[in-house]
Design a protein around this ligand. Structure first.
Ligand SMILES: Nc1ncnc2c1ncn2[C@@H]1O[C@H](COP(=O)(O)OP(=O)(O)OP(=O)(O)O)[C@@H](O)[C@H]1O
Ligand SMILES: [Mg+2]
Length: 265
């Protein structure tokens, strides 16, 4: 069975792309067939799953995420990347993709439709949504079955949560009945900050099981792994080991919550 996961939060810099990168590496290591789709016109994640050079040199006709909005898309090509991960990329600062934000709202269903059959080639499809509540964000979550929301404790937590909750509720009402938020993942947690502990406690009281048990701390090795586009477990240091344990535990929990079968071999 194919599981389609969107990582979404309208707030930027909360770790969506960094966590997708490690989740894709982990799934690939477990021999799952993984497709990553970059719905963010910055193209950040694309340059990490593939290389910057590959993204800069993409042929004109290559299927990029913008092409998924084409109502008559005939063929999808994917970029075969390191560790066997496939990618439907975004070009770097893809102006054409950004213009989708101004397209009629009904176009947000096109990526879902174009991927419906193609996605069946994969065990896991992961979609990176941009930080907004616009068409690209909506198209990303409409193409998915489940949403993981990375969340950083800040003064804007309540707005981020209500933004996503409202959108999901609306989509459920207009036909996307099975769409669900599968987990809220606290990222970049600062264990030495008392207020952050209190904020998490409050969130757990309010949101119960929606909150993932695993919490990811702010660790410089996670940023290093992103920069170097490397699985964190391949970085050799004591600090990396700790970060690796925490991340893999979080990814295992994501898989458990979303029904990804990682026992395949
Ligand atoms: N737990 C962490 N500890 C330290 N650095 C982190 C952690 N999680 C993410 N980062 C780093 O924080 C930066 C922002 O993360 P990332 O780009 O993944 O956020 P994003 O939500 O995708 O942002 P955007 O919405 O702008 O695309 C990156 O440099 C990433 O490596
Ligand atoms: Mg990102």
């Amino acid at each position: 069975m194919t599981i389609k996961l969107a990582f979404a939060n309208q707030k930027g810099g909360v770790g969506k792309s960094a966590l997708i990168l490690q989740t894709a590496y982990y799934a690939a290591q477990k021999k799952l067939k993984v497709l990553v789709i970059d719905m963010d016109g910055k193209g950040n994640l694309s340059t990490k799953i593939a290389t910057r050079q590959q993204i800069e040199q993409l042929p004109k006709r290559f299927t990029c995420s913008v092409n998924l909005f084409d109502p008559n898309l005939e063929k999808i090509t994917v970029l075969n990347c390191k560790y066997g991960i496939d990618l439907i990329p975004s070009r770097i600062n893809d102006q054409q993709l950004y213009t989708q934000e101004k397209a009629p709202l009904n176009t947000i269903i096109n990526p879902h439709n174009n991927l419906a059959i193609f996605a069946q080639n994969y065990d896991l499809v992961i979609i990176d949504c941009p930080s907004s509540l616009g068409n690209l964000f909506l198209a990303g979550i409409v193409a998915a079955d489940k949403i993981i929301m990375p969340l950083q404790i800040s003064s804007f937590v309540v707005d981020s949560l209500s933004g996503l909750f409202e959108v999901v509720e609306k989509l459920q009402k207009i036909g996307k009945k099975d769409l669900e938020i599968a987990g809220i993942l606290i990222n970049s947690f600062n264990a030495r900050n008392k207020q952050q502990h209190q904020a998490i406690k409050k969130l757990r009281e309010k949101l119960g099981n929606l909150m993932m048990e695993t919490v990811i701390a702010n660790r410089s090795t996670i940023d290093k792994a992103t920069n170097q586009a490397k699985p964190i477990w391949k970085i050799r240091s004591g600090a990396a080991r700790l970060a690796s344990l925490e991340l893999t535990e979080a990814i295992e929990e994501i898989f458990e919550r979303t029904g990804v079968n990682n026992e395949r071999n």
